[in-house]
Every structure is written in structure tokens, then in C-alpha cells.
Design a protein around this ligand. Structure first.
Ligand code: ATP
Length: 263
């Protein structure tokens, strides 16, 4: 049994799904992120907003160890208290807990079915009926099941851009990640698909911590519980979305929002 102090610590990690401490990211000699300290609330949707070049993507990629060959990282990123850059961390496994969706849909050169089945098989799920069950469930969650249920064996390349992105969302959801990172994942979608993804994010937050980058400020205001404003590699402000949008604490946030919300 754990002692009281250990129990309190594990409870703290339970709540602190993901947090960064003095996180700096460098491309070569250039420091892009200047010491980011942030804690993401469990099962909340957090929007990362800010001007182009602020470092949002660099930050998001660091949370998934995506750019590690190109960047140098100092400081720490903790996932339930574990330093994700620690030597004992299996990146492949980490990414089953922290999933990611990009602006462009990256479908595999495979059937719609196999696009979802492949990663599941890699993680040891081989039973066909179990696979079918997960595939149907995740395609339903992503709002695509009805459209593709009769053509699961067709190439995923035949899907429209929006449908391909929904397939990528289904693929990410199939692994039931605890954290889902999205980098402008709806910016190339049609309005119907955008609405579907927004609804998925709303329902996901019962079980999932969502962190996403969006340039669409009304979307951020609509969907997210919390908002983080980045500018020039600095985290300028973080708070409840309503507060950040209504009473920003920083003049920099205020200027950015008033300039960009009007457009
Ligand atoms: N591969 C790279 N090599 C060198 N510098 C890079 C690289 N990728 C990004 N940068 C630099 O890092 C800084 C932050 O870029 P980043 O893409 O993280 O910003 P962003 O806020 O996501 O911008 P956007 O909203 O336009 O996507 C920029 O100055 C950019 O030029």
C-alpha cells in the first residue's frame, strides 16, 4: 500500500496529465520557445492561439516528441509525472497515450479498414471481430461510419479531403489516447466536417484531454474550456477561455484578440 505522501503525489499526477517546466526548444542555435511553464487540465479542451511564428506547432510537437531529431530541448515535459524525454520512455508507446492529428490528413496507402486496423494490430489487437468492433466505434465517433460502412475495403485515397481527415481522427481515437493534440486539424475541412470534428471534441472531453491549435478565434471561443496565448516563443497568458476572451490580463493578448476577432 502507498503511504499518505505517495498517495497524495499519485493523486496530483492523476490530475496533472501533462505539464511543462521551463521548456525551451531550439532549432540549431535559435531559441524558439523561451521557458514554457504550463499545466493542462485533465479532460479539458485547451486552445493554443497566437500569431504565426509564435511557436505553437513547435510546442505541440514537443509534447509528442515529434521534432526531436531537428530540435534540442531543455526543461521538462511531464506526462503523469513521467519525464517524456527520459531514457526509459518508449516513444512509440507514448504516442498511443498522446495521439496527434495534423492539418493535412496523412492516410496510409491502404484500405479504409486497414488504416485503422494496422496500428491496432501493431499494438497487439489481432482478433478480427474485436478489430471490426473498434473500427466501427471509432468511425462512428468521427462521424464517418455511415458514409464508409459499405466500402471499408476500398482505398482510403478515394476519400475526400474532409473524409480523409475524419478517417485520421478515427484512427487516432481507435487507440483511445488519453491526450489528443490537434494542429489546425479542421482548417482544411468543409463546414460540415468541421462541425462534426468540433462535436467529437466536445464529447471526447469526458475522457480525453484535448490540446489544439487553431487560428479561428471564434472556434477557440466556442469549443475550448481553457485558452493559452503564445507570442514570440513566450506563453503570455493562460486561463479559462471565457476570461481570456472577455478580460485578458495581458495587453498583448488583448491587442491580438481585438485585432483578430474583428477580422
Ligand atoms: N524546421 C525548422 N527549422 C528552423 N526553424 C523553424 C523550423 N520550424 C519552425 N521554425 C521556426 O520556429 C518558429 C516558430 O514556428 P512555429 O511553426 O512553431 O510557429 P506557429 O505559432 O505554429 O506558427 P503558425 O501559426 O504559422 O503555424 C518560427 O520562427 C519558425 O520559423
Amino acid at each position: 500500500m502507498m503511504g499518505t505522501a505517495a498517495t497524495a503525489k499519485s493523486r496530483q499526477f492523476e490530475e496533472e496529465v501533462l505539464l511543462t517546466k521551463n521548456l525551451k526548444v531550439f532549432y540549431g542555435q535559435q531559441e524558439i520557445l523561451h521557458g514554457i511553464n504550463v499545466n493542462f487540465r485533465k479532460n479539458a479542451v485547451t486552445s493554443l492561439i497566437g500569431p504565426s511564428g509564435a511557436g505553437k506547432t513547435t510546442f505541440l510537437n514537443a509534447l509528442n516528441r515529434l521534432d526531436e531529431r531537428k530540435t534540442t530541448i531543455t526543461g521538462e515535459i511531464f506526462y503523469h509525472g513521467l519525464d517524456i524525454n527520459g531514457p526509459e520512455i518508449d516513444v512509440y508507446k507514448l504516442r498511443t497515450h498522446i495521439g496527434m492529428l495534423f492539418q493535412e490528413a496523412h492516410v496510409f496507402e491502404m484500405s479504409i479498414y486497414d488504416n485503422i486496423a494496422f496500428p491496432l494490430k501493431c499494438h497487439g489487437i489481432k482478433d478480427e471481430s474485436k478489430l471490426r468492433q473498434i473500427i466501427e466505434k471509432s468511425l462512428t465517433k468521427a462521424g464517418l461510419w455511415k458514409k464508409v460502412k459499405d466500402k471499408l475495403k476500398q482505398s482510403a485515397r478515394l476519400l475526400s479531403k474532409s473524409q480523409a481527415q475524419q478517417l485520421c481522427l478515427a484512427r487516432a481515437l481507435a487507440l483511445e489516447p488519453e491526450v489528443l493534440l490537434l494542429d489546425e486539424a479542421t482548417s482544411l475541412l468543409d463546414p460540415v466536417a468541421t462541425n462534426t470534428v468540433e462535436n467529437v471534441l466536445r464529447t471526447l472531453k469526458k475522457k480525453t484531454t484535448v490540446i489544439w491549435i487553431t487560428h479561428n478565434l471564434s472556434q477557440a471561443a466556442r469549443i475550448s474550456d481553457d485558452t493559452v496565448f503564445f507570442d514570440k516563443g513566450v506563453l503570455v497568458e493562460k486561463g479559462r477561455t471565457k476570461e481570456v476572451f472577455t478580460y485578458p490580463k495581458s495587453v498583448r493578448t488583448d491587442n491580438y484578440l481585438s485585432h483578430n476577432l474583428r477580422r
